[in-house]
Design a protein around this ligand. Structure first.
Ligand SMILES: Cc1ncc(COP(=O)(O)O)c(C=O)c1O
Length: 391
């Protein structure tokens, strides 16, 4: 059996031992210094000014959109473009927050929105924002996408939950393209805190609001200067009242100290895991390239390909059935290509009546699947995967 992920953590034993010691020796397990340290370390590594830790990538997405609304960058009824090939809790927050989702087709060979897909959509729709997913470690022609967003006054923000560590040939890290980006630390992502998520941004106003939104709408996790600004605005003159003053719409999406501790511990293995995932993929890739049943995924515009999984894109649904059987028969755990064409998901049809033609995402929905890629894949696991790719 080759599961989607073998362990909960990179360096499983070391991490579990360190976690056990941490829990035994800690007086406080609710959000505190380890969470804040992890935010600082992670955002420094990412090259962003601010990091705000959440209890999942999905809640980070919801908080990001709530915060953008709270600070007036988005408003009810705005049209938000998003990658049609994405994860459910990327798109759900757009609907939950009273915005209008506008799916954008992706390119089969890169699995991602390209500037031409975006250009096609904005001919017919007036987008206020683009919530871009960097799918499965891959990325589109982001330099052109950034330019198009600038030219059309479209607010760009990213869901980088699947692509931590990917860098374009022009040297830009995924997660650093727009006003903010989300990351996930769920098991099987590049680093794991069991459950967990982060938002990175250079925008101080947004970071401040994200901290308010993360914790009930109150000001407790703001700096003293920020607190006094809010308190002055609302005429809160004493600490007793300030404890239970709620300034704007929020949630309780706080992480625990376990999340913070695990994040700090796992961060030391990030480069290694990115390299190993890329190496695994590049060993398997020639077998995909040489197989006429399969489509080769182009990444010559990407310098570091921090893959999330090993996507297999077949030329027809019949061929997909053939390869699904080969993989399953060899005991390899497989999954559909994330949510496929999200318009075909029940939740989407329930709430959104307008449907757009998405031929490429439909093609991926019907013809592809993925298996896991992680540092613990052994040479013999890789041999088994290779043997299933041969036609
Ligand atoms: C693109 C994308 N966005 C958001 C999420 C949600 O992350 P989480 O599972 O941490 O809530 C995922 C999860 O895999 C994802 O793939």
């Amino acid at each position: 059996m080759i599961p989607l992920m073998k362990n909960a953590f990179i360096y499983e034993q070391e991490t579990k031992k360190a976690l056990a010691n941490f829990i035994l020796s800690s007086n406080r397990l609710s959000m505190d210094i380890n969470c804040f340290d992890f935010e600082v370390q992670f955002s420094m590594k990412q090259g962003r000014k601010e990091g705000i830790l959440f209890n999942s990538g999905g809640s980070a997405n919801l908080a990001m959109i709530q915060s953008l609304k709270n600070i007036g960058k988005l408003k009810n009824g705005d049209k938000v473009g998003f990658s049609a090939l994405t994860w459910a809790t990327n798109t759900m927050p757009i609907i939950q927050m009273g915005l209008i989702p506008v799916p954008i087709d992706c390119e089969v060979e890169t699995l991602n929105i390209m500037s031409s897909n975006l250009e096609d959509r904005i001919k017919e729709e007036n987008l206020s924002a683009l919530f871009l997913t960097n799918a499965l470690g891959f990325v589109g022609d982001i330099e052109k996408i950034i330019e198009t967003c600038k030219n059309h006054n479209i607010l760009l923000f990213e869901d980088n939950c699947e692509s931590l560590g990917t860098i374009t040939q022009t040297g830009i890290k995924t997660g650093n393209f727009g006003i903010a980006a989300s990351f996930s630390f769920f098991v099987a992502h590049h680093i794991s805190t069991i459950e967990g998520g982060m938002i990175c941004t250079d925008d101080e106003e947004l970071a401040e609001m994200l901290r308010i939104v993360r914790a009930n709408g109150w000001d407790r996790n703001l700096t003293a200067i920020q607190q006094s600004k809010w308190r002055k605005t609302y005429n809160i003159t004493n600490e007793f009242d300030a404890k239970y003053i709620f300034y704007d719409l929020g949630f309780n999406f706080r992480p625990t100290e376990i999340t913070g501790f695990l994040g700090l511990f796992q961060l030391q293995f990030l480069e290694e895991t990115i390299n190993k995932r890329e190496t695994n993929y590049l060993i398997i890739e020639p077998f995909i390239k040489n197989n006429i049943d399969l489509i080769f995924l182009r990444h010559n515009h990407i310098k570091i390909l921090s893959t999330f999984a090993i996507p297999i894109v077949c030329k027809t649904p019949e061929l997909r059935t053939k390869y699904l059987n080969q993989f399953s028969g060899a005991g390899i755990e497989i999954r559909p290509l994330i949510s496929g064409n999200i318009q075909r998901q029940p939740f989407y049809s329930k709430y959104i009546k307008k449907k757009y033609p998405l031929p490429n995402t439909d093609f991926l929905h019907d013809n592809s699947f993925y298996c896991g890629n992680y540092p613990e894949l052994s040479n013999s696991d890789i041999e088994v995967i290779k043997s299933c790719i041969i036609n």
